[in-house]
Design a protein around this ligand. Structure first.
Ligand SMILES: [Zn+2]
Length: 567
């Protein structure tokens, strides 16, 4: 080996030292969440994808291929809040899309806040009440992050820079945006009433001019009287010969086969149908680009943060299942949407100055009907009728209770009537145990566990009990948590919508998600060592030097951090 002259050595060493001490902090952190993207789905359809989307992430990103949530209730708000905070639901408090508020004696939608209202275009009164069935449970249309009990990455970034960082989020779903914007950012979501992107008076007194101008363009109109058509000839698809399956859902006239018609823009379900197709993500992309342009994201002295949650994959998954022609075409179109986003970010900020992180709020269960064709036992359960079961009535008799023992039931939680239990001098733990035992006897139930057992932590150290504990928040979780067996699904969620499939359990098809970091000159790498999506928030904090979010239980991902600070 040739000897390096010592002067050159000094020059090389000092350059190296300079590089090491100089943190290449990203100008923009772009956090993408794909609602219901199971960890294997990008690879499953990668062959037919282009170059700039998932393939770019695969070739140029650090892809954690063994990331799983470790709590039991894998729902949208729970996952988004975990991604935002690095905490589990026992700590961040968003235990379920809906929980029962004992004081107000009603079910509560996770981000509802009666102190605020949906910001109207011209006046400060609401004129765009949402009709999403889970939201219909909310007592108010006001939205805020008040129910999130801990800080988010975006909060910590905000604290670190004394609010100098620009923080924005957008999604079709309100809960997909509010969670990641944290307590100090700005969140926008899609109104299924107006087809525009709206926000709450928590965030603004009036819409910024650029948002008004964006909404005035009425971009949803471009889908007027058009259908969602396949991008390629049917023969090109893995699921090309199985468009019409009996387990797929023909929801409110959207149909089970291509082309899925949106109808006219005046029709009642037009905006709903847009969200059940890649159009929802395309509109979200348009709004995200408008944020980047108008708020000059990534062009400040400090790191800016933009969170985008793409919801279409979830709606398509629920209606048709992840193994369907619709899901396949949706993935290919999501790939195009991502490619368009990355190209835009490259032009405006530069991908070398942007840290991209992509993950999902939960995985994707296969439709029971589809599983059956492969010989895998799967079934639907109708839990909403359980409180009318004769055995529950017998229990009420046994405990001498005149009124209903069960006060509220919203899967996965049963809330007992504490007033009745107290009035009758009964032992809460004993009643919980008796009801839990009755439910446990129902076919398809893997486990019932009571809040007394979880509080006392006297349970065996098994995966299911541990997942139940990670989801247990004493103030919001119910008296009894119900976990279904693998491939058993509740068919009535969010107020009775019947679907092709449903997520929300502790099994790997629901917990397994991709975690991918890209941009910022990261080098392509696939890592199979197990991690949790909770690791994202503390890793982002470490990259920008901020302290970890207040409830975070995640670890700093060294492979990503080392790109910014060497050991
Ligand atoms: Zn869902």
């Amino acid at each position: 080996m040739k000897k390096i002259p010592s002067l050159l050595k000094i020059v090389l060493l000092s350059t190296l030292l300079f590089t090491l001490s100089e943190a290449k902090q990203p100008k923009l952190i772009l956090q993408i969440t794909v609602d219901q993207l199971r960890g294997d789905l990008p690879d499953k359809f990668m062959k037919k994808m282009g170059n700039g989307g998932f393939r770019y992430l695969k070739e140029s990103g650090v892809w954690y291929k063994n990331a799983n949530y470790n709590y039991s209730n894998t729902e949208t708000v729970v996952g988004h809040t975990t991604l935002a905070t690095g905490a589990n639901p026992n700590i961040h408090g968003m235990v379920s899309n809906v929980w029962y508020d004992r004081q107000r004696k009603r079910l509560v939608y996770n981000i509802e806040d009666s102190n605020y209202h949906i910001l109207s275009k011209n006046a400060d009164i609401d004129d765009s009440t949402e009709v999403d069935s889970s939201q219909a449970l909310a007592g108010t249309d006001g939205r805020s992050p008040a129910n999130i009990m801990v800080s988010t990455f975006s909060d910590e970034l905000s604290l670190f820079t004394n609010s100098q960082s620009k923080i924005f989020s957008v999604s079709v779903k309100d809960r997909g945006a509010v969670t990641l914007a944290g307590h100090n950012g700005k969140a926008f979501w899609f109104s299924k009433t107006s087809g525009e992107f709206i926000t709450s008076s928590f965030y603004y007194d009036k819409y910024p001019q650029w948002v008004k101008e964006f909404n005035d363009k009425k971009l949803a109109k471009r889908y007027d009287k058009k259908p969602w058509r396949l991008m390629y000839d049917k023969s090109k698809y893995m699921f090309g010969d199985s468009d019409d399956n009996p387990w797929e859902e023909d929801y409110i006239g959207y149909g089970r086969v291509f082309p899925h018609k949106y109808g006219g823009k005046e029709s009642k379900y037009f905006n709903h149908f847009l969200t059940f197709s890649p159009a929802g993500d395309e509109l979200t992309l348009d709004f995200a680009k408008a944020i980047i342009k108008n708020e000059k994201m990534g062009q400040h002295d400090v790191t800016d943060y933009l969170a985008i949650s793409f919801s279409s994959t979830d709606y398509v998954g629920h209606l048709f299942g992840p193994s369907s022609l619709e899901a396949e075409d949706n993935m290919l179109r999501l790939d195009k949407t991502l490619a368009s986003l990355f190209k835009y970010v490259d032009e405006k900020v530069g991908l070398q100055n942007t840290l991209i992180v992509l993950s999902a709020d939960h995985g994707a269960p296969e439709a029971p009907g589809y599983l059956a064709t492969l010989g895998i036992k799967a079934k639907w359960i109708s839990p909403l009728k359980w409180n009318k079961k004769p055995s529950i009535k017998r229990l009420e008799k046994r405990f001498g209770v005149g009124q209903a023992l069960i006060e509220a039931f919203f899967p996965p939680y049963i809330y007992l009537n504490h007033d009745v239990i107290k009035k009758n001098g009964l032992d809460l733990a004993e009643v919980q145990k008796a009801v839990a035992k009755e439910i446990m006897d129902i076919d398809g139930i893997a486990l019932t566990v009571t809040s007394s057992e979880l509080s006392n932590n006297t349970l065996p150290n098994t995966y299911l009990y541990s997942a139940a504990l990670e989801n247990f928040n004493a103030k919001r979780s119910g008296d009894i948590l119900i976990l279904f067996e693998p491939h058993c699904f509740a068919n009535e969620m969010d107020g009775g919508v019947i679907m092709a499939t449903n997520h929300g359990g502790p099994w790997t098809y629901d917990t397994f998600v991709p975690v991918i970091f890209a941009g910022s000159n990261l080098k392509g790498k696939q890592i199979f060592q197990p991690i949790r999506p909770n690791d994202i928030a503390p890793t982002l904090c470490a990259i920008v030097n901020a302290k970890p979010p207040s409830g975070s239980s995640g670890k700093i991902l060294k492979k990503v951090l080392n790109n910014f600070y060497k050991d």
